[in-house]
Design a protein around this ligand. Sequence first.
Ligand code: ADP
Ligand code: MG
Length: 495
Amino acid sequence: MALEKEAKRMAAEFEYSKDDLNRGVQHFMTEMREGLGKTGGHISQIPTYVTAVPNGTEKGTFLAVDLGGTNFRVCSITLHGNHTFSLTQSKVAVPRTLMETQVAAELFSFLAKQIENFLKTHHNDHFETHKAKPGQVAYFDLGFTFSFPVEQVGINKGALVRWTKGFSIQEAIGKDVCELLQKEIDALNLPVKVSALVNDTVGTLMARSYTSPGKESTLIGAIFGTGTNGAYVERLSNIKKMKDIDEKQGGANYDTTTGLMVINTEWGSFDNALKILPDTPYDRALDKESNNPGIQMFEKRVSGMFLGEILRRAMLALHNSDNSNASFLKDKTSADNDLTTTTVIEPDSALFKQWGIDTSFLSIVEEDQSDHLRITKQVLEKDLGIQAAATEDAIAIKMLVHAVGKRAARLAAVALGAVILETKRLETDGFVDIGVDGSLVEYYPGFEDYIREAFRETQGIGEEGEKKIRIGLAKDGSGLGAALIALTAHDAEKP
Ligand code: ADP
Ligand code: MG
C-alpha cells in the first residue's frame, strides 16, 4: 500500500492539467508568430520553399534518396494519381570510413554510385538509352531527404550547418549538399537531377496529403520517433521574415502564386526557456546530464529518445526513496511474490545506466493486461536484469509509465493544437488533416487517444473541433514525400 501511494504521488508529478495545456498552446502560438518574424529565442520556423501540397491526383515516376544516420536508401516511386503509389527501393549501410573522410566528394560519389546501381537494376532501359544517346530520354527528378541541419535557401539548395549522428566531414560544412550530390551524379553521367532537398517532417506532410482520402490537403506533418518535429502549411503573407530572405537571394526564387509555403517549425526546441513546459526533478537531471543541456527541451519531454530515460530516473528515485515503507524492487512488502524467490537487481542492470531503458519498454508495460502483470515482470527480467519483481513493483512501474507517456502525448497535443488554432483551419475549412510518423506514435498504446482527449480540453478546439480533426499514419514518408516534393519542384520550373 505504501508503495502504491508513493508511486501515485510520483505519477502525479507528471500530470499536465487542462490549464497547463491551454497555457502551453497559447505560448506555442506566440512562438510560432515570433519565429515567422525574426530569428532567435523561439522555434525556428524555417521556410522550406515547398509551396504546394498534393491532393492525390499527381502522377509520374520520381527518384528519392534518404541519407539518415546509418543507411542510405534509394527508391523510385510511381504515383498513380489516385492516392496510391508503388515503390521500389534498395538500402546500403554507409561505410564508417566515409562518414569521417577528409574529402566530401568521397561520400557523395559513393552515394551517386548507389544511384547508378539502382538505375542499372530497376530502370536499365532508361539508363542505357541515356548512355547511348544523351538527351534522348527525360531526366529523373530526385528528392534528397537529408536528415542533418541545413540552412535551406531554395527548393534544391541548402548549406550544411553541422554534422550529427557520427558524421564528421569538415570540408562539407557550409557547402550546398544538393550541389555536392549533383556533381557526382554528373560525373557518372546519370539521367538524374537533384530537384528537391527534403526534411522528413515535410516529407510526412506531403506523403499524407497524397494518400489521404478526399481532395482536401493536409495541414501538418509531424514526427514522433527518436526526436519530434513538425511542418505545416502557412500563408506566405504571414512569413514576415521571407522578405529579407528573398532580398538576399535577389528576389523570390519560388512559386508565389499559391500564396502558401510549408514551414519546418523545428518544434523540438519549443520553450527552451521553460516558461510553460513541465519540469520534474527527472526532467532536470536528464537535461543536465545530456550532451546538449538547455536545448531541445520540448523534444526531451516528448520523443522516443528520452521517455525511457525519464522513466528510468523516476524508477531509480522510487527505488532510492527515503520512504522505506515504499520499498520498490526490494522485495519487502511483497504479498503475492513467490515465497521462495526474492527480487534481485543485477549490479550491471540497465536501471543503473544512463539511456538504459528504451522507450519500447514503455509501450510493452502500457499495453500489459496480463494476470499479475506477468509480461512486465518478464521484460524486467530480460531487459533490465531485475529478477522476481513483485506484482506491487510492476503496478508501480505501470503507473509511472502511464504518467510519462500520457504527459508526452498531451505535450504533443500542445504543438498540434497550437498549429491548428494559429492557422484557423477549423474556422475556414471546417476540418483538419494531420499526417504522423515515428515509432512512438505508431506503437505507444493510446498515444493518439491521449492527444484527442487533450484536443477536447483545448479552448478553441473542444468536443466539436476534435471530431473534425483527422490523424493518419504516413508510411514511407521519406521516400514518397521526397518524390512529391521533387514533383512540385519540377512543375514550378515549367515556364
Ligand atoms: P527514426 O526517428 O530514426 O526515424 P523511429 O521512428 O523508429 O526512428 O523512432 C525510434 C525511436 O522510437 C527510438 O527512440 C525508440 O526508443 C522508440 N521506439 C521504438 N519502438 C518503440 C515502441 N514500440 N514504442 C515506443 N517507442 C518506440
Ligand atoms: Mg523517421
